[in-house]
Design a protein around this ligand. Structure first.
Ligand code: BTN
Length: 324
């Protein structure tokens, strides 16, 4: 991959609202203006729509609507996340491919992404609907040096990253429903599935799979979930370029992950609670034969839900049926 092309896309992306002059680009990249022109033509071939205006310069109009290893890598600018990207037009499940790769030694930060999954996998062995080209179906291979019981923190971290990016991009404040569904206006638009291979005191690898509904119309969603599920397009009335959004997710994830590994969970907890769905509201908890009500206080360091019982006692809940 050309690092000049990488920088060029970065410059164009960060000046999306304005024209950027050929001279500025040539100075920044230390190449001639005719070399810039050649790069622009290559980008156009890859599906970038770039407007060039005399005396004004260049401006990105839209990103390729086709994802590929190249288009995802160009302008990504991360240190380790997404240095290897495997893109499939159609596959059963990116989660399955990621497991195979991880078992065969794939590097920390490898990304598997697909336009379509024919057997998308959700939590508790549910199916996850992943229509062609309408959402971000992606699995990340991570090899964190943390104890296995801390792995759920990575799911919570991922939820905060996606919530942050949607908030920034679409200017819409999503909510995270414990443990890790992302909702807009009360309907689910993202699901996260974290799977791990570990020995007693060592994580071998973690696969974090994210399914983010972006450009579905209501009728693209299966009928049985239309009342509970949504997409960014349904909620904003706009079509979204997925490429810059994926890159932003990867950049934000890399930053937040490093902060988490170096400084712990505190920042994730704070962000999670900022987006927490129905924080400080009453909820019902059903676990086995036990049923009780309490106030939802937030999340504990180990990812458990914290609820205050009517007698003032604070309980940690790891798995239960929760209703609000
Ligand atoms: C859930 O809400 O139950 C979790 C859904 C996770 C879906 C993603 S899409 C990418 C990755 N591949 C899969 O098969 N599942 C995850």
């Amino acid at each position: 991959m050309s690092s000049t092309r990488n920088k060029l896309i970065q410059l164009l992306s960060t000046h999306k609202e304005s024209y950027i002059s050929g001279q500025f680009l040539s100075d920044e990249l230390n190449i001639s203006r005719s070399a810039i022109w050649k790069h622009m033509n290559e980008l156009k071939k890859d599906g970038y729509e770039i407007e060039g205006k005399a005396k004004k310069g260049y401006r990105i109009i839209s990103y390729p609507n086709k994802l590929s290893e190249n288009t995802l890598s160009w302008g990504l600018n991360t240190e380790w996340l997404g240095q290897t990207i495997i893109h499939k037009e159609s596959t059963t499940s990116t989660q399955r491919i990621a497991h195979e790769l991880a078992l065969n030694g794939a590097k920390h930060g490898t990304i598997v992404i697909a336009d379509e999954q024919t057997k998308g996998k959700g939590r508790i062995d549910r199916a996850f609907h992943s229509n062609n080209g309408k959402g971000i179906w992606m699995s990340m291979i991570l090899r964190p040096s943390i104890l296995p019981f801390l792995a759920p923190q990575l799911t919570l971290l991922t939820a905060t990253v996606i919530a942050n990016v949607i908030d920034d991009y679409a200017n819409i404040k999503p909510q995270i429903k414990w443990p890790n569904d992302i909702l807009i206006h009360g309907k689910k638009m993202t699901g996260i599935l974290t799977e791990m291979q570990a020995e007693q005191d060592q994580v071998l690898y973690v696969i974090v799979g994210t399914g983010i509904n972006i450009n579905q119309a209501k009728e693209d969603l299966p009928e049985d979930i239309q009342k509970k599920a949504t997409s960014l397009q349904i909620e904003t009335g706009k079509h979204w370029d997925m490429l810059p959004m994926i890159q932003q997710i990867l950049r934000t994830f890399e930053k937040k992950y490093s902060n988490y590994i170096n400084h712990g969970f505190q920042d994730v907890k704070q962000t999670w609670e900022n987006y927490g769905f129905r924080m400080n509201e009453r909820l019902q908890i059903k676990s086995g034969k036990e049923e009780w009500e309490g106030i939802f206080l937030g999340i504990a360091e180990d990812g458990a839900l914290l609820a205050k019982k009517d007698d003032g006692k604070i309980e940690k809940v790891y798995s239960a049926e929760i209703s609000w």
